[in-house]
Design a protein around this ligand. Sequence first.
Ligand SMILES: O=C(O)CCC(=O)C(=O)O
Length: 295
Amino acid sequence: MPKRLTEDQVETFASEGYVCPLDGIGGDGALDCLDRLDAFEEATGDAMSERLRLKAHLAFPWMTALAGDARILDAVEDLIGSDILLYISSVWAKNPGDQRYVSWHQDSAYYGLKPHDAVSVWLALTPSTTDCGSVKVIPGSHIGAPREHLETWDDMNMLWRGQAIRGMDIGRAVDMQLAPGQFSIHHEKLVHGSLPNDSPNRRIGISFTYVPARVRSVAGRGAAILLRGRDPFDHWDADPAPRFDLDPVGVGAMHRALVAYRDPARVPEGGRAVMTSMERRALRAHLLHRSPPAR
Ligand SMILES: O=C(O)CCC(=O)C(=O)O
């Protein structure tokens, strides 16, 4: 008997790879998180979408607590069981008119987990709708062999390696539209991405990736924070839980995780696609088009 989801939602997750929308922390809870992220930007002068992109929860006790909020974690438990570790978190912020995008990808390509039982929550802090570049998914795409990824390293792509899956049928995509405080859950192998924000409003969300304790990292020993239940298999080292905002120990661990993620030697699980000369030319034209005009 699920704790939070209906039997139908659990079945939908198994066949389609996602559930959406689910009520989470409410509009007030979302506003509170936004205030904290705005305060981070004001205090540091850093853009949240640049600095808080991998294991962001290691920098803030409030974000680690948010990942463990029962309104979210009960739904996660219904899908992966009650021994739950928090592996990754990211702040995904697109400002009004922001032309950055997220190409089609599978999170599993660089997570290095076995078996593929991790899930990600995407928690909306502002409205996340089609016009502002909400997350799109390809239903059912989590089933089957891992996909090949092309690495473009395009800095308009919000993914750290600009990784992209070719040839997805956009006609099959579904927008995961959310109100502030609502969340979606997607399987780590589900193909997803998002378009630029062509609206006058901010689109901000936080994603949390959870692993059941039975899952292990096959890309070196993994580190995570146990949020619920037990870790009887000893597959995981403990990530440092932040003691206060911008705790240097957590910020250091966040930075090291990012460096490891961007290591050019890492190969995506389904293989690295080779860029065709046409793709290379198109990418070069795209990058040149963006460069400031020569003076
Ligand atoms: O927020 C986005 O646009 C993309 C999010 C994403 O790729 C993820 O949560 O894995």
